[in-house]
Design a protein. Structure first.
Length: 399
């Protein structure tokens, strides 16, 4: 099996799951070719991007392409993926399907032979209705990055993540009103974002690691990830989702107290973690686990053993790739709707303005062809222009 991995290569303090998936595959298939598709597109433009991928496939006799999509990303021309799928077995992995299945993922997935989703098995039903082969894998991580440490647990309750979301603020504020000290790290917190190593220390130092299952709070544009949440419908705010954070904490042998989410039992059992639905239930369980060290540590140890076996990327991909039948492929028939086409066209304003400020006129003309072919979202055009102008100023004055 000759594999080409198209993914995002994150820095150490970025989202570790992208690198974990890559590491898990390459540990099993050392000859796999890895390409950061964002960097490739920014460097070579659309035609150079696609030509490079085709050249790599021919040079290395690639018969499996694994695309590890960044959430909400619309870099790929679906016509190119349809063409690509004629020459290889195509595997796609989509994160945050609860948010992006309807506006993006289900369209790209038409080109896949199999789709991996780090979500509950309940979610595969959405793909199967469209005749798309989907597997619930849940989330994988590189267990070598997450280390249990013999250090004092001097933090009673902690949360690491985005606390700009109001629902999370409400839970945390409620605990503080009841007299508990909750140390919060991440976006919107007094401590701000922390490094990966610091996060691992927090997981180890905390008696209770909180986790929340809410999806989105504000339907806006995230300038740090280029993610346009405005294409997600308001009703999605009612949904909850399985978070990989529970697995990350468990791999550090930390105790997880998580907000309930549909399918949580597929991650861990009641003997491994505990859950809450309401503020009152959260308070009750915080009180209990701060008073019962033995029960808390027993659950943490059980979750740790489970995570090592089931959620280590190297072990998981060794099992999954052995099940793939490269000869069992369904014919592809790609259907598009105007909303998806509009989202794709608007997204490429990101590249248009980037190439404009870099004076890469050949690449610029290609993007101009894309964004003039269909209607665009004017509000998003302004967002991308401001963002890329800011990056242009940063690059100019940092030289």
């Amino acid at each position: 099996m000759n594999i080409l991995i198209l993914t995002r290569i994150a820095n150490k303090n970025g989202n570790s799951i992208y690198n974990s998936y890559t590491q898990g595959i390459t540990n099993n298939y050392p000859n796999a070719i890895v390409m950061d598709y964002f960097d490739l597109y920014f460097e070579r433009g659309k035609s150079g991007f696609e030509q490079t991928i085709l050249e790599q496939m021919a040079q290395h006799h690639i018969n499996v392409v694994f695309i590890n999509f960044v959430s909400g990303d619309l870099t790929f021309d679906i016509a190119f993926l349809e063409k690509l799928s004629q020459h290889c077995y195509m595997v796609m992995n989509f994160y945050d399907g609860e948010l992006f299945f309807e506006p993006i993922d289900r369209y790209y997935a038409q080109c896949a032979d199999v789709v991996f989703i780090p979500a509950s098995s309940y979610f595969t039903y959405n793909y199967k209705l469209l005749g798309i082969n989907a597997i619930s894998t849940l989330s994988f991580f590189d267990s070598h990055l997450y280390t249990p440490k013999e250090i004092t647990k001097d933090i009673d309750i902690s949360f690491v993540g985005d606390v700009s979301k109001k629902s999370r603020q409400d839970f945390i504020h409620f605990l503080k009103e009841q007299g508990y000290t909750v140390k919060v790290f991440g976006k919107g917190s007094p401590y701000g974002s922390v490094s990966f190593d610091t996060m691992i220390d927090i997981f180890n130092r905390s008696k209770i690691n909180l986790n929340f299952s809410d999806t989105i709070d504000q339907r806006n544009f995230n300038t740090h990830t280029n993610t346009n949440y405005s294409i997600v419908k308001n009703i999605v705010k009612h949904m909850n989702q399985l978070k990989g954070r529970s697995i990350e904490v468990a791999l550090c042998k930390g105790f997880v107290l998580t907000q309930h989410a549909t399918g949580i039992q597929e991650l861990f059992t009641k003997e491994e973690i505990d859950t809450f639905n309401s503020k009152e239930e959260l308070l009750q369980k915080v009180q209990y686990y701060l008073q019962h060290d033995t029960q808390r540590e027993q659950k943490a140890a059980s979750a740790y053993n489970k995570a090592l076996i089931h959620f280590d990327a190297t072990i998981a991909f060794a099992k999954i790739f052995q099940t793939l039948n490269l000869q069992q492929r369904a014919p592809k028939k790609v259907l598009l709707d105007k909303d998806f086409v509009s989202h794709y066209t608007t997204y490429h304003l990101l590249y248009f303005f980037n190439f404009f400020f870099k004076l890469k006129f050949n690449h610029l003309r290609e993007e101009l062809t894309i964004i003039t072919a269909h209607p665009i979202n004017i509000k998003m055009a302004w967002c991308y222009l401001r963002q890329q102008f800011k990056y242009f100023l940063m690059r100019t004055f940092s030289k």
